[in-house]
Write a protein that binds this ligand. Structure first.
Ligand SMILES: [Zn+2]
Length: 171
């Protein structure tokens, strides 16, 4: 059994989530300190991220609230009311949550922007999992923890609990 496999077998789902939480929250704290604000719109602008708004309304039951790729965040405005309703928050707060989540992908995906050095998260992910679906899952969770940390008290406890149960996964 390889080192990676040994680690993987020892790490249950809970400890994977703990690692994701540790990374996500630490990154949110770093960003807030670096820019002296927790306003997600300002943070995205300061990070040089482009924000696009799309009115695409999805197909069938596929819900996509936002995406991140190569420095561009796309917000699917027509779908965000669904997330707001699921979480019981205003549409503007749901929009901020999606933006924060996608900004999390940007921050966690430093390698795509700076190429070197690779972000500590990616290094850790590669050594633990050797690159796999688990890596993606961990990044998703880290982005979600990043967003929850960044929104802080603005996010009601009820919405926070729903997010922890996987209601309102953003992608
Ligand atoms: Zn995501």
């Amino acid at each position: 059994m390889s080192f990676g496999e040994t680690l993987r077998s020892r790490r249950g789902e809970q400890s994977t989530d703990r690692e994701a939480r540790r990374f996500g929250e630490a990154k949110a704290g770093e960003l807030r300190t670096a820019h002296g604000t927790d306003n997600v719109w300002e943070l995205a602008a300061n990070e040089g991220v482009t924000i696009r708004r799309s009115e695409w309304s999805g197909v069938d039951r596929l819900r996509l609230f936002g995406t991140y790729a190569d420095g561009v965040i796309t917000l699917y405005d027509a779908q965000i009311p669904v997330l707001a309703e699921r979480l019981g928050v205003s549409e503007s707060l749901a929009t901020e949550l999606v933006l924060a989540h996608e900004l999390g992908h940007h921050v966690l995906d430093v390698s795509a922007v700076e190429r070197t050095p690779r972000s500590p998260l990616r290094e850790a992910l590669s050594s633990w999992f050797g690159g796999s679906a688990d890596e993606r899952e961990l990044e998703e969770r880290a982005a979600q923890w990043f967003a929850v940390e960044l929104l802080g008290d603005r996010l009601p406890d009820t919405a926070r609990r729903k997010l922890r149960r996987g209601v309102g996964d953003i992608e």
